[in-house]
Ligand binder design. Structure first.
Ligand code: GLY
Ligand code: MN
Ligand code: MN
Length: 441
């Protein structure tokens, strides 16, 4: 694993150093300083929250569990890593720095957080310090200059080959776990049981996964971010929607699949139809495409499916025009993914700031930029039967555009979402998710 990453890492680091140099120029600073972050505690309690590393830190090396450490970079010099390895007999101490990345840094191991002060650039005023307020150490107070962050975030949407390899490794875990989850569903497990099977197969617990898994049986699939997990299975199991990822070295995958208990029933046919649309949409994730338009295309195609299944009486075109399609598909088609499951700068109009708004009536679209080769995006169309949204349609002027008996028929299944992670190219995208599912178990 390490051997496949080692040859890719130097050019990744080179790219980061180039980006950091330009970002510093833009902001008028001489050094980039990035704390890894600190442990947070519950209010009035000595219990800590799961540590979440600063994404600006883990971009540089796959170090996700060394709080109190610092990265510093001065253009033209080797980057420096101030690595906190405390003397501590209460907790497991981070391993000594080693791995394919380690030789590319001047590494200084410190034993107390305050020792970092001696190893950071001399003048804090000349530093862009990217971090949370709580990481402040002496005069080293995060200032998060907007010009620096805008530049770094904008360019982070293009993944290096190293990052894509990291995401493939995350996907390997994710797909293995999705397969285990489907087996648990078929065996009649509860949502909680499926969750445990998923974590076991991923080799990651809920704190290590890149987001809270959505494991929804039956009507629960209509709750877009359902994270409750019933401890007992329902009396009758009809459907299963699982939106769950995995991590590798700080990189995420984000995968959704939907299954029907009855492989020959109509809900399975509806899943198959959404799956076909999803794959047709995959082909639109190509360099130069305006993602706002791809999202609108998805509405038309999904409304077409709903019309074909008799849920929509109205034509697909009029359902999109009237906004009725948004009651069935109320979220965005996709988002950038990488160090964060919802990656940064999805609305950025340039690397110097500015914002591209989502189309009117589509406030939940998280990415409005043009697609370009090297970006990694999710493609996640869905169709849901959500009472709250459908009741509004039912009480509104377009109630006749829906066959409510067909809605009643599908409501007990909740909904469908199919989600893949795609690397955009000048032609067909590379499908990280389906590539992995295509491999034999
Ligand atoms: N798992 C959250 C999402 O698909 O965006
Ligand atoms: Mn997603
Ligand atoms: Mn997802």
């Amino acid at each position: 694993m390490t051997s496949s990453l080692a040859p890719l890492y130097p050019s990744h680091l080179q790219t980061l150093m180039q980006r950091a140099s330009t970002a510093l120029e833009r902001g008028g600073f001489d050094h980039l300083v990035v704390p890894s972050g600190t442990i947070h505690y519950h209010l009035f309690d000595d219990r800590d929250y799961p540590y979440a590393v600063n994404p600006q830190f883990k971009a540089w090396a796959p170090l996700t569990s060394i709080p109190g450490s610092w990265l510093s970079f001065t253009p033209g010099q080797k980057p420096k890593l101030v690595y906190l390895q405390p003397f501590d007999y209460w907790h497991v101490v981070p391993e000594a720095p080693s791995g394919y990345w380690a030789d590319h840094f001047d590494v200084v191991v410190i034993r107390e957080p305050d020792e970092a002060l001696q190893h950071l650039p001399a003048d804090p005023a000349r530093c862009a310090i990217l971090g949370e307020p709580q990481s402040a150490l002496g005069d080293w107070v995060p200032n998060n200059p907007q010009a620096v962050i805008d530049y770094l975030d904008y360019h982070r949407n293009w993944k290096t080959p190293y990052e894509i390899a990291m995401m493939r490794l995350a996907t390997q875990r994710g797909v293995r776990a999705h397969r285990a989850a489907e087996r648990a569903f078929r065996a009649g497990a509860s949502e909680f049981g499926i969750h445990l099977a998923y974590c076991q197969a991923a080799g990651q617990d809920a704190n290590e996964l890149p987001y809270g898994s959505i494991i929804a049986l039956n009507e629960h699939a209509a709750v877009l971010h359902y994270t409750e997990r019933d401890r007992v299975p329902p009396a009758q199991v009809r459907s299963f929607l699982i939106d769950a990822g995995a991590s590798h070295g700080g990189y995420a995958c984000d995968i959704t699949r939907t299954y029907a208990a009855d492989a020959s029933g109509e809900f399975q046919s509806l899943i198959d139809a959404v799956d076909r649309v999803q794959q047709q949409l995959n082909a639109k994730f190509t360099a130069g495409a305006d993602f706002r338009q791809v999202h609108l295309d998805a509405h038309l195609m999904l409304a077409g499916v709903l019309h074909e299944f008799g849920v929509l009486r109205a034509s697909a075109e009029s359902a999109v025009e009237s906004g009725v399609s948004s009651a069935f598909f109320p979220h965005g088609l996709g988002h950038g993914i990488g160090l964060q499951v919802h990656d940064v700068a999805g609305f950025a109009s340039s690397d110097a700031g500015g914002r591209i708004e989502p189309p009117e009536g589509h406030p939940f679209l998280r990415f409005t930029r043009k697609l370009e080769a090297g970006m990694v995006m999710t493609n996640e169309p869905g169709v849901y039967f959500i009472d709250l949204l459908l009741d509004k349609v039912r009480q509104g002027p377009h109630a006749d555009s829906v066959d409510w008996d067909r809605v009643d028929h599908f409501r007990p299944y909740g909904g469908i979402r199919i989600e893949d992670d795609l690397v955009v190219t000048d032609g067909e995208p590379v499908n990280l998710t389906r590539d992995e599912f295509a491999k034999p178990e």
